[in-house]
Design a protein around this ligand. Structure first.
Ligand code: ADP
Ligand code: MG
Length: 281
């Protein structure tokens, strides 16, 4: 669905996006994960044809993003960081207006209901909270039932229950066969949603794989346990693959002397730091 080869781009004289290549299969959720300023939004803008002064090739749904034809946006839905809505119009009027730009569109009330905005449909967007605007901007991207969705930090700034609603809709779109490219600096979202993740730092892809494979690269998870001995509490750790060789642990288990035990899974953030030397947030 998307094929990017040797992409280079810069806002200034200094190179920024350098030699980026990757592909996204139809029906896949593909994530750009990286800290603020990494170039995630820039990549989204190039893929959606908003920045065209790049070198290399950026094929999206069979067209070159930098000089696409008229039909390009019929198959693409875009939800960028800053909502692009008409503040003086109501939520429903906004959706009606944007719907009129397309040949076909989904039912407006169904979309409003899906993000719990139906009862606010006739309020002016200027009276909406940041979270309500984010939800409205999100369904605006779904309005024309596009084949490819570009979502820039879709859950950013939302409370956990609204973030959940958003993530469920994203997964539902995937189940309908849509291709989704999202950016995030949230490792939990990336781990949960993405089939594959690209680690982005300073305009470059530093790793690209499934979240599971990236996490496995860090090696085995470990077990941490605590116990009391000689009147004081101790803590120890042992790799999951060698618990039976840990004599202290075996002795504690045999004597029912463990105070606590739990597994320590590496997170995508741990892997990110290890590979890139940078924190996500
Ligand atoms: N229009 C612009 N002109 C010049 N520099 C920009 C512009 N937009 C973004 N940048 C710079 O490009 C870098 C990447 O920005 P961005 O793609 O928004 O990162 P991210 O989305 O990963 O936080 C930042 O250093 C940012 O300041
Ligand atoms: Mg951004």
């Amino acid at each position: 669905m998307i094929r990017v080869d040797q992409l280079c781009f810069s806002y200034t004289k200094h190179p920024f996006i350098e030699d980026v290549s990757f592909g996204v299969e139809s029906g896949e959720i593909f994530g750009f994960l990286g800290p603020s300023g990494a170039g995630k939004s820039t990549l989204q803008k190039i893929l959606t044809g908003l920045l065209s002064r790049y070198t290399g090739t950026v094929r999206v749904n069979g067209e070159e993003a930098g000089h696409h034809g008229e039909k390009f946006y019929e198959q693409i839905g875009v939800d960028f960081e800053f909502p692009s809505l008409y503040e003086k119009l109501t939520a429903r009027e906004n959706l009606r207006f944007f719907a009129s730009l397309y040949h076909k569109h989904r039912e407006i009330d169904t979309l409003l209901k899906s993000v719990d905005l139906l009862s606010d449909a006739d309020k002016k967007v200027s009276d909406f909270s940041k979270g309500m605007k984010a939800r409205l901007n999100f369904i605006k991207a779904l309005l024309h039932d596009p084949q490819i969705l570009f979502l820039d930090e879709p859950t950013s700034g939302l409370d956990p229950s609204n973030a959940r609603v958003m993530k469920d809709i994203i997964l539902e779109e995937k189940s309908k066969g849509k291709t989704i490219i999202l950016t995030t600096h949230n490792m939990y979202d990336a781990t949960e949603l993405c089939d594959r993740v690209a680690f982005i730092v300073d305009g470059k892809i530093r790793a690209l794989d499934t979240p599971r494979s990236l996490i496995m690269r860090r090696g085995a998870s470990s077990i941490a346990y605590t116990y009391i001995e000689n009147g004081s509490e101790h803590r120890a750790e042992v790799p999951l693959g060698s618990t039976s060789e840990d004599e202290t642990l075996c002795r504690l288990i045999r004597g029912n002397k463990l105070l606590s035990i739990h597994s320590e899974e590496p997170t995508l953030n741990d892997v990110f730091v290890e590979i890139t030397g940078r924190q996500l947030q």
